[in-house]
Design a protein around this ligand. Structure first.
Ligand code: NAD
Length: 483
């Protein structure tokens, strides 16, 4: 049994009332660890530690701060195998995926912001013969970072790294469903020499620990990634207190395929954008719109490829689709498949839980599922499922597919497949989304703004946007006296 501890004031410690929650391995359905069931007392201790660390951390020369964050990055890389295995056990994702994507990206997040902070500049505005304005960007103080379970260390570090680089001290909470790599990160931070209290990680439930972070009067900004409903709840607490907020929320992303696309490239990528990480990436394209002239060909080829995806033990190299994150999530996904049938959908492949043999016989697996015959406005096509389930629908014109694509409350990402640059540009302009991928998917440049519109959230992460979020601008206007 693995025991996770909180990381407060530079030390690993038990929760104040010594209560624990179970940590499940979703591939086996078995409890394999215990997580602190922390409460507001632990959050208070973490905020006190962060406050105490803030003066020295915020005033440390940037090169020194950067060097410490770089050491964290190097240690994540050095622990690649251990962290990837831990991520796979905690989340159910194939271990090769964690090794190729999740953990390298977590190292990259620290590396990126350790260097970005050295190039972050502020503005100056000259008023001819009158004054010069310059804008300082000062760290906010103590900030809260709350992250979800789908890309645990990847998204946790995506918030923490810019917050720390900008000179803030952080109280962070990973998802209680996947806390293990955040715990391992706390050990890495100690080894890297991160000063005590600069980063504090409090484990536990959202409504208890997460909400205590959001409510704490000394926490001045909240960076949150998770569901839209949780985001709205957090905003209802933080907005009246005028806390800064960055909210990265749910999605129901369209994947628009025109007949003039590079077919083979599109097909290969569409399998990935539909089912990578068991479809549990906020950026997955779960609504696939296909121009009618290639619809039947696409349907046949796509289903054939999806049927070849091996659902299996996340530890096995040949596994393409691992376990979904929990039993309750498996039930949610299966309930949406049942809804799709009620709404008149036809299951082309999948549509059921998968029962494996041996070690994984009690794990939570769902067959990659493709559904057709649904209208764009039914619940299956409007609500986020967040699992290995996609719908496919034909369309005839650009205008028509734009109407379908934009009909949802979400607006996170979208994908367009066409070799016609004018069509791609027109679509990119008109799609309701924070991110449009043309002839690719999940191609990420960390300098670019990342986030969504509509109910997919507010604010942008990535690049200097995150450093702007984690700093407060202060304009200084100096009058120039003319002799
Ligand atoms: P969730 O909203 O249930 O939980 C996210 C985090 O918030 C967890 O750490 C949870 O403990 C915490 N939380 C829950 N209730 C809280 C409360 N009352 N106060 C404070 N914190 C609270 O989301 P999830 O199920 O972990 O993640 C899946 C969702 O995340 C999906 O909707 C997905 O689209 C979204 N997501 C969005 C992005 C993005 O970048 N936009 C990325 C990944 C996931």
């Amino acid at each position: 049994m693995k025991f996770i501890q909180n990381y407060i004031g530079g030390k690993l410690m038990k929760p104040s009332d010594d209560q624990y929650l179970n940590d499940y391995n979703p591939a086996t359905g078995k409890v394999y660890g215990r997580i602190p069931d922390s409460d507001e007392h632990d959050v208070r201790a973490a905020v006190l530690a962060a406050e105490a660390a803030f003066p020295a951390w915020s005033q440390m020369p940037i090169e020194e701060r950067s060097a410490i964050l770089m050491r964290v990055s190097t240690l994540i890389e050095a622990n690649l195998d251990r962290l990837a295995e831990a991520e796979s056990i905690d989340n159910g994702k194939p271990v090769w995926l964690a090794k190729a994507v999740d953990i390298p990206r977590a190292a990259k997040n620290f590396h990126f912001y350790a260097t970005a902070i050295q190039h972050f500049a502020t503005e100056a505005h000259a008023m001819t013969n009158q004054a010069i304005n310059y804008t300082l960007r000062e760290p906010i103080g103590v900030v809260g970072c709350i992250s979800p379970w789908n890309l645990p260390l990847y998204l946790f570090s995506w918030k923490i790294a810019p917050a720390l680089a900008a000179g803030n001290c952080v109280v962070a909470k990973p998802s209680e469903v996947t806390p293990m790599t955040a715990f391992l990160l706390s050990e890495i931070c100690i080894e890297a020499g991160l000063p005590a209290g600069v980063l504090n990680i409090v484990h536990g439930l959202g409504p208890k620990v997460g909400e205590a972070i959001v409510k704490h009067p000394k926490v001045k900004a909240i960076s949150f990634t998770g569901g839209t409903k949780t985001g709205a709840h957090i905003a209802s607490i933080a907005a009246p207190e005028f806390k800064k907020m960055s909210l990265e929320l749910g999605g129901k992303n369209p994947n628009v395929i025109f007949a003039d696309c590079d077919y083979e490239e599109m097909l290969k990528t569409t399998v990935r954008s539909s089912f990578a990480n068991q479809g549990q990436i906020c950026l997955c394209g779960s609504r696939v719109f296909v121009e009618r002239s290639i619809y039947e060909r696409f349907k046949k080829d796509f289903v054939a490829k999806v049927q070849k995806l091996t659902v299996g033990d996340p530890m096995a190299e040949e596994t393409k689709v691992g376990a979904v994150v929990s039993q309750s999530h498996q039930e949610k996904i299966l309930s949406y498949i049942a809804l799709a049938k009620e709404e008149g959908g036809t299951i082309l492949t999948g549509g059921h839980a998968v029962q494996l043999e041996g070690r994984c016989k009690d794990g939570y697996f769902v067959a990659p599922t493709v559904i057709e015959g649904l209208s764009h406005d039914c619940r299956t096509n409007q609500e986020e499922i967040f699992g290995p389930v996609v719908t496919i629908m034909p369309f005839d014109t650009e205008e028509e597919v734009l109407g379908y694509a934009n009909s949802v409350r979400y607006g996170l990402s979208s994908t367009v497949w066409t070799t016609n640059i004018n069509k791609a540009t027109r679509m990119a302009q008109k799609l309701d989304a924070g991110i449009v991928w043309v002839n690719c998917w999940l191609l990420r440049d960390l300098r670019t703004p990342f986030g969504g519109v509509k109910d997919s959230g507010m604010g942008r992460e990535g690049g200097f946007d995150a450093l702007r979020f984690f700093t407060e601008p202060k304009n200084v206007c100096i009058k120039i006296k003319q002799d």
